[in-house]
Design a protein around this ligand. Sequence first.
Ligand SMILES: Nc1ncnc2c1ncn2[C@@H]1O[C@H](COP(=O)(O)OP(=O)(O)OP(=O)(O)O)[C@@H](O)[C@H]1O
Length: 317
Amino acid sequence: MSLDPFGAHFDDVGVRYRASWRMTQQGTVAKEAGGVALDGATCVFPAGAITGLLGRNGAGKTSLLGLLAGFRRPTAGRVRVGPEGQEQDPWENPAILSGVQLVRESGDVMAEEDVSTTLKHYATMRPEWDSDYADRLLDLFEIDVEKTPAALSRGKRSALGATIGLAARAPLTIFDEVYLGMDAPTRYAFYDELLKDYAEHPRTIILSSHLVEESERLFEHVVVVDRGRVLLAEPADDMRARGTSLTGSAAAVDHLAAGHRVLHRQELGPTVMVTLEGALTEREEAEAADSGVQVGAVPLQDLFVHLTRTTAPKETD
Ligand SMILES: Nc1ncnc2c1ncn2[C@@H]1O[C@H](COP(=O)(O)OP(=O)(O)OP(=O)(O)O)[C@@H](O)[C@H]1O
């Protein structure tokens, strides 16, 4: 039996961190500034879809995902998670949280025990855990289960996180930048595996990223956050339709682009490529065809950069 996919609803959600104190390596006490991580965030992560959660460094992605996994409560607004029509507050709610698997780059593993001990732990925690599938993924990613997670390379630790996230088959599966430590072949193996297993075992998947280019093919839906606010939450194709790319001779492209807002312009010898906001009219499309200008979709990465460019990040890491 597999559980129905969980959706997640954010209504006017705020997260404000209080100032705190921490011990420095020199043994002195330092004050950690508080601040607003989310402010009036309203969006839906649809049940049974793969959603890309996009945002620059410090935008609020991890804070938002921590709410779904019950790590903290919002300081304002309401978060609800669960099967469609039965969403509940996840906070201290075991019925909901047993169906939410958040995979973070930090791992959430037993660092001092061998990998197989961590896997046994997840097998008891996650009702839908598939041990055979976990074994296949461990082979695919060449992870030695007799090592401790601390003895694995950073990339192998990320792959262990991916293994846990996939084999848990949780109705809400969240990957928070989990693939950052992986090399390119491993990341592509992870993306392929995710799509294959999602097709066979439908569930809700959220992938947070600021590396949009290579993961955008996975997204059916996108949520873009910027400085704690939701800039947009919509099907990925609607976001793609927010822009048009034109490639051709400079004269023809610039003529078509006149009257449109140009988001980006690039010259490649005699060829010019521009990204416009919005779509061409039918007349302009005919004109483009006549003048040999290629009209195409805009990669999500370009739109993401454009949408979030006007504001400087609060901080970088
Ligand atoms: N424990 C904390 N105490 C104080 N401020 C925090 C804490 N955690 C996050 N913040 C602040 O909240 C804001 C959002 O951080 P968050 O980690 O949610 O962003 P993010 O989008 O996941 O960033 P990144 O892509 O860099 O991981 C940042 O300004 C950050 O400094």
